[in-house]
Design a protein around this ligand. Structure first.
Ligand SMILES: Nc1ncnc2c1ncn2[C@@H]1O[C@H](COP(=O)(O)OP(=O)(O)OP(=O)(O)O)[C@@H](O)[C@H]1O
Ligand SMILES: [Mg+2]
Length: 487
């Protein structure tokens, strides 16, 4: 079965392995260097000691006063200096301390060769065994030739045995210290490796999570990595890709909605053409006959009232048909340059009676130097009239309507923004899009085409309309028309 080791673990294990190899190698080299240095120091000490012993005892050796030599030797022996042996020029032992006399193989044989001219000392390690042939101690054996003053030939030699116990204890101490440092270094290394692995893999895991989101069709996730390296660049590209995908998705959704709207429009147009055809002719006949009847002079009062009600009903049906056809018809725009404030003022005049009836106050804020817009003035007036009428219908008696017109510059271009707000009952959040749907109405006598027609006309002008409203606190309709450069 394949072992599923995570990237983080694998990375950490590799770093720890490399670190261990490195620490072991470094410690090994340091330890070797230390041993060599201690050995050298010991050798130098031994040679200095041998020299001083030679200086001290050469006269005795020259006189063959082995008895005095032995006394001097025994006085010199201590924990460090284990044995001293003097040899004559024929490499025969002359004097040695008592301890070494039992080691015949050391005592009897000089390490120097036959060459009496050579002034080179011989240095070699040696192991002393006890009576049971078990290792007793390690010594560094140094044998130096003795040349009395002006002598060209060797007179004899002195062999010293220096204990290596202390040196070995020091090497052991250093090794333990190095081992401690190594273990500590390794521990710090392991923690560092874990931290490093985490630091490297966390952004990668975030990227993986991001791709999983994308594969599920969720493009909203933005990866939060701001490191200035390849992974940071990858995250930036990833976020940019998500943003583009999100934009694309939104555009597709909008296009889809528009497609549905266009299909709806087409079917409404189809139906309304049918209705117009089927209803209009009989309705005209009914209207004419009702009018003829109402013109008769000998009608009693109740018949006249009934006929008036019928005429109102007919007018209502006519309005419905008219609006339906108006909505369904895609008529050419009659574009020209107009000032928005004049269109609004004209619309206000047209509904002045309704505003007065409800005692509605209108507050106007027109920005300075408003640009003219290239629009079909009749159609834009139709929009403003409907929005104003809706506001007038939404407010209580004595209500307020506020109209603001100003130029606004956004990254998507320059717009003329008209905001019409009122302090009426407002539109609930869930209906902000519904109010622009054809036939959406909350009014008993409404058709629900006013805002749908407004949106359609504005789209023809490459503009938009949207609602910002708080239920109970009034509503605000924002109309945006593109500002083109006047000729
Ligand atoms: N200023 C407003 N305050 C509160 N609700 C509003 C406002 N303007 C529009 N609405 C809501 O939006 C709905 C749709 O408005 P729209 O103008 O499209 O149709 P309508 O006014 O109902 O009928 P009509 O086709 O006769 O205009 C309204 O029925 C109303 O519920
Ligand atoms: Mg309306």
């Amino acid at each position: 079965m394949a072992l599923n080791i995570t990237l983080r673990t694998r990375l950490a294990l590799w770093v720890i392995f490399l670190l261990t190899v490195q620490v072991v190698l470094v410690l090994f080299v340091i330890q070797r260097q230390e041993v060599i240095a201690i050995e050298q120091e010991q050798t130098e000490r031994g040679l200095v000691l041998a020299n001083s012993i030679i200086q001290e005892n050469t006269p005795l050796l020259v006189r063959y006063d082995y008895f005095a030599l032995k006394e001097n030797i025994e006085a010199r022996i201590d924990d460090q200096l284990i044995y001293i042996i003097f040899y004559d020029r024929f490499n025969r032992p002359g004097a040695g301390n008592d301890f070494i006399l039992t080691y015949d193989d050391i005592y009897q044989f000089s390490n120097l060769g036959e060459d009496l001219k050579s002034r080179e000392p011989v240095v070699q390690p040696r192991q002393l065994l006890d009576a049971d042939h078990n290792p007793l101690m390690n010594v560094l054996e140094i044998e130096a030739p003795i040349f009395p003053q002006d002598a060209t030939d060797r007179w004899g030699s002195v062999k010293l045995g220096l204990s290596l116990e202390e040196m070995q204890a020091e090497v052991r101490r250093t090794s333990m210290l190095l081992l401690g440092i190594g273990v500590l270094g390794l521990l710090i290394g392991i923690i560092g490796a874990a931290w490093l692995a985490r630091r490297i893999t966390t952004p990668i895991l975030k990227l993986v999570e991001g791709t999983e989101h994308i594969s599920r069709g969720d493009f909203s996730l933005q990866i939060d990595i701001d490191s200035q390296d390849e992974i940071g660049n990858l995250a930036k590209s990833f976020n940019e890709m998500s943003r583009q995908l999100q934009l694309l998705q939104r555009r597709m959704e909008e296009a889809n909605k528009r497609l549905i709207q266009v299909e709806k429009l087409a079917s409404i147009g189809h139906i309304s053409a049918g209705i117009a055809h089927e209803i209009r002719n009989p309705l005209t006949a009914v209207k004419l006959n009702v009018q003829k009847l109402s013109e008769k002079e000998n009608l009693d009062e109740s018949d006249r009232v009934n006929l008036e009600i019928s005429q109102e009903g007919i007018a209502q049906i006519e309005k419905f048909i008219r609006e339906l056809l108006n909505y369904a018809r895609v008529s050419e725009l009659n574009l020209d340059w107009f000032a928005m404030d004049q269109i609004i003022d004209g619309s206000l005049k047209m509904i002045a009676d309704s505003l007065e009836l409800k005692d509605v106050t209108v507050e106007k804020h027109y920005g300075a130097d408003l640009p003219q817009v290239r629009v079909d003035a009749d159609k834009v007036r139709q929009i403003i009239l409907n929005v104003l009428r809706n506001s007038c219908e939404a407010v209580e008696t004595g209500g307020e309507i506020k109209i603001c017109v100003e130029r606004t510059d956004t990254p998507s271009g320059s717009w003329l923004r008209t905001e019409i707000s009122d302090n009426g009952r407002g539109v609930p959040r869930k209906d902000w899009e519904n109010v622009f749907e054809p036939f959406y109405t909350t009014k008993a006598s409404g058709i629900g085409l006013g805002l749908a027609i407004a949106r359609k006309i504005l789209e023809q002008h490459s503009g938009t309309i949207r609602v910002k409203s708080q239920e109970g606190a009034g509503s605000c309709f924002e109309i945006l028309l593109p500002c083109e450069d006047e000729p």
